[in-house]
Design a protein around this ligand. Structure first.
Ligand code: GDP
Ligand code: K
Ligand code: MG
Length: 267
């Protein structure tokens, strides 16, 4: 796909290591419990010179545990050029919250929906095409364990991604984010402005330091956040969380379809 590394990321137990082994021909330990991968592991995409990193599982990009910090720092770094977000098809709602945060990073990303073999038993069908259209990123249905959909995923990886992913939240939040973006436009590259605006809205100390904002810039941003909190009648961090969950809710309702019979979940 590109120079730079492919980051394999997702919730604990979503099948990251299973997929990593298939993509790299590796033999890392797979286990049905969280936290097996406590350090990132490196491999090479078969038949290429492309590096793939198997990362510790995370639920959010606002990390608490040491493993989450490893993953988050790597994903924010320039080393991580492309992201494969692997999610568990039977845990769509919980998984997509992280997906939205990963899209916020503004890097090329492929969504690999794993464990698709388990959907039929639950009388569920996933509309992958609509999900891809709504998220504006490539979506592949796979089963890492049963070797399904992997050729398609590999094909997608070799394509040159041309667009930066971008998702719109609640318009009242978007207004605040674009005002913050314009305050930092001389301090951050265009492809980082929206991400940093979100992180500033979340009041992440690391980003505030990284941009070395002046006192007046900090004050202006603080005012934008205050006004937005009044509009929503919520705290700043709640506004972002709510915006993501609203979108996740909408998506799940639209793409997860209950069926009467056991359909073949994908061809
Ligand atoms: P990780 O924690 O994200 O690295 O996940 P693992 O690769 O260790 O897998 C977690 C568990 O899910 C293991 O028991 C795997 O065998 C199982 N698993 C992985 N992929 C699939 C799949 O496509 N279908 C099913 N049914 N199970 C899977
Ligand atoms: K595991
Ligand atoms: Mg693992």
């Amino acid at each position: 796909m590109t120079h730079g590394e492919i980051a394999l990321t997702g919730n604990p137990n979503s099948g990251k290591t299973s997929l990593f082994n298939k993509l790299t021909g590796g033999n890392q330990h797979v286990g049905n419990w969280p936290g097996v991968t406590v350090e990132k592991k490196t491999g090479t995409l078969l038949n290429t010179s492309q590096t793939v990193q198997d990362l510790p599982g995370i639920y959010s990009l606002s990390p608490y545990s040491p493993e989450e910090i490893v993953t988050r720092n790597y994903l924010f770094s320039e080393q991580a050029k492309t992201i494969i977000n692997i999610i568990d098809a039977t845990n769509l709602e919980r998984s997509l919250y992280l997906t939205l945060q990963l899209i916020e990073l503004g890097k090329p990303i492929i969504l690999a929906i794993n464990m698709i073999d388990l959907l039929a038993d639950q009388h569920l069908v996933l509309d992958l095409h609509t999900l891809s259209t709504r998220l504006n990123i490539p979506v592949c249905g796979i089963s890492a364990k049963r070797n399904k959909g992997l050729a398609q995923l590999e094909k997608q990886l070799l394509k040159q991604p041309n667009e930066r992913p971008f998702l719109e939240y609640d318009q009242r939040l978007e207004t605040a984010l674009s005002e913050i973006s314009s305050i930092i436009k001389h301090k951050a590259a265009p492809d980082k402005q929206r991400l940093y605006a979100i992180k500033l809205f979340e009041k992440e100390p690391e980003i505030i330091d990284r941009l070395s904002l002046s006192t007046s810039e900090r004050q202006e941003i603080e005012e934008i956040i205050d006004i937005t909190e009044q509009i929503f009648n919520l705290e700043h961090y709640e506004i972002i969380i709510q915006a993501r969950y609203q979108l996740v809710d909408e998506l799940v309702k639209q793409v997860l379809i209950k069926t009467d019979s056991k359909h073949v979940a994908f061809q």
